[in-house]
Design a protein around this ligand. Sequence first.
Ligand SMILES: NC(=O)c1ccc[n+]([C@@H]2O[C@H](COP(=O)([O-])OP(=O)(O)OC[C@H]3O[C@@H](n4cnc5c(N)ncnc54)[C@H](OP(=O)(O)O)[C@@H]3O)[C@@H](O)[C@H]2O)c1
Length: 327
Amino acid sequence: MKAAVYERYGPAEVVNIREIGRPSIAPDEVLVEVRAATVTTADWRVRASAFPGGMWLMGRMIMGLFRPRHKVLGSEFAGRVVEAGSSVTRFAVGDEIFGFATKFGAHAEFLAVSGEGAIARKPEGLTFEQAAALPFGALTALVFLRDFAKVPPGSHVLVAGASGGVGVHAVQIAKHLGAEVSAVCSKANHELVTSLGADHVIDYRAEDFTRGGERYDLIFDTAGTTRFAQARKALKPQGVFLPLEFGIADAFSALAASISGGKKMTLNVSGDTREDIEIIADLVASGAIRPVIDRIYPFEDIREAYKRVESRHKTGSVVLKVTDGGV
Ligand SMILES: NC(=O)c1ccc[n+]([C@@H]2O[C@H](COP(=O)([O-])OP(=O)(O)OC[C@H]3O[C@@H](n4cnc5c(N)ncnc54)[C@H](OP(=O)(O)O)[C@@H]3O)[C@@H](O)[C@H]2O)c1
């Protein structure tokens, strides 16, 4: 099968499409013919070893100190089950599914994934490309807003980076939770974020939201452009700053804020569960959220896809069309 393989950390050019063996499945796994996958900010960070804020060593310890442990990246996908292990009861051959790869590997024509993993039936009416654009951004936004911030109805949430991979879902999920939403992105994306439900839009090139008069219950920064010292000026007295990108220095600031009381900073990483991917499928079915695609690239153009992700100006997800089916 064809796969996008990288053997060393580096720029997009370290990734090459190659023929490798098709994965075999364990009794509790399914084999999926991948129709679409995405290049996420996580794929780029791992490939380039671009871990934020002094987290380089920890990132390398997890992903492989000298050479990458997982030679095929790609964490979210949509495709069709072509083989099911003997103990899998949730899915059968022919099912169209979407979700998270168990340990990367979605940048390939075939993927072995746990039958009990964070995968679900593809929502009806979505293309494979649209379904692949959901898990990373939507699950992160769901877990951060529902579980870590516990956003109550009526609260005022500011999403910085509102047009990005996580941001487009943060706007929609904050609205779904009953919040008033202010969205920060460039002017070119204001129409998009308004269509996703944002009540107010702020062009970060024209206005610094931390210096405006508005005060927020929650500032969810997906762009990595705000520090706690700035954010706290725009928080209500018990407000919370929730950054997606953080480093070692932020951990000390969060600790200091938790001791002094009042405005807080919460640091966390999102997991992925079967229950939550099913909730995402339900939210799509009910019309509460929809995927946003920046651009669909042919699989062979994966290096170009990576470069678009690294620009940090994509809108929603960068999608790869991996197979047409029937490989
Ligand atoms: N902690 C965790 O568990 C976790 C989970 C998932 C992701 N992450 C991290 O979260 C980050 C976000 O990922 P992502 O995929 O959503 O990023 P992304 O798609 O690259 O975000 C790009 C968006 O950010 C906007 N942007 C750029 N500069 C901005 C600024 N100064 N102010 C406001 N918006 C700005 C851009 O809008 P314009 O084009 O309009 O400029 C663009 O739409 C990544 O660093 C990722 O590694 C962490």
